[in-house]
Design a protein. Structure first.
Lengths: 138, 138
DNA sequence: CGGAATCCAGCGGGATACTG
DNA sequence: CAGTATCCCGCTGGATTCCG
């Protein structure tokens, strides 16, 4: 899928691996995946439970996200052939490892989000303030 | 929202914090941010250097990504008022900490991407194969 | 060189309606 | 209950053009 990239910089050890990151990022990039995984952290849940636990999600997005997660082996889908249909979803070991990884990101976010918010507010106050203007060394 | 259930894992207190994660994910969710940060890992770079180092990016996206990163205090922008305009971008400490966090995700991706690919392929072969069908206890 | 502004195609994703 | 199918709108983001 991805073509080999030519990197000009001196330290280009990990950009090649960005293909992997891209895959993961494309998955956790959409907000629903993270929400679904975090909700499934509570254990095995039914479709309606997930739908109720995740406020803004539509059936379309919930179904799609679940299929993607199942396809990647991050969750298991168990359908009970009962009169009132029942389907339960649960995180796999792989899914739990993803959850851990995302939680690490969440840790970083929690640790720095105030600093980022501060920077953003300051940058907003400075308004159009561009970068610093050092001596123009011709 | 979610009814109290039996939790398999020790921690279920993070869905509330998902607001923080969302912010970060919205930022690193678009592929360009990660690429730009990883490229800036090489040190201070000019606009044109970045543009050349990141194959598929457009000026629009590069500029936008850089502004966002600067706004959040993840990079610094230094404009030299010379005859041929020159602007350099560099990661801040905060930006480097983000890079570390993203590299952690990259580590997870590298460790499990083959497994995920395998699961996906298997799920593709199984085709329409739905979830397992346990005894219909009705 | 380093951007800003404009235009426009693609598709992500919400709302709705229907099915098994 | 647990989806599937359809429509359709808004945003993302690429290509192009112009400016300091």
């Amino acid at each position: 899928m991805a073509s080999a990239r030519q990197i000009t910089g001196p330290c280009q050890a990990w950009p090649q691996d960005s293909a992997f990151i891209r895959e993961v990022l494309d998955r956790i990039g959409d907000k629903w995946t993270v929400l679904v995984v975090s909700t499934l952290n509570a254990g095995s849940l039914r479709y309606s439970d997930l739908h109720a636990s995740i406020p803004g999600i539509s059936q379309r997005m919930l179904t799609q996200t679940l299929k993607h997660l199942e396809r990647d082996g991050l969750i298991t889908r168990t359908a009970y052939a009962e009169v009132p249909p029942r389907v339960e979803y649960e995180l796999t070991d792989l899914g739990r490892s993803l959850r851990d990884a995302v939680m690490a990101m969440a840790g970083w976010a929690a640790a720095h989000h105030s600093e980022i918010a501060g920077n953003r507010a300051a940058s907003d106050l400075t308004g159009v303030g561009r970068g610093k203007a050092p001596a123009s060394a011709g």
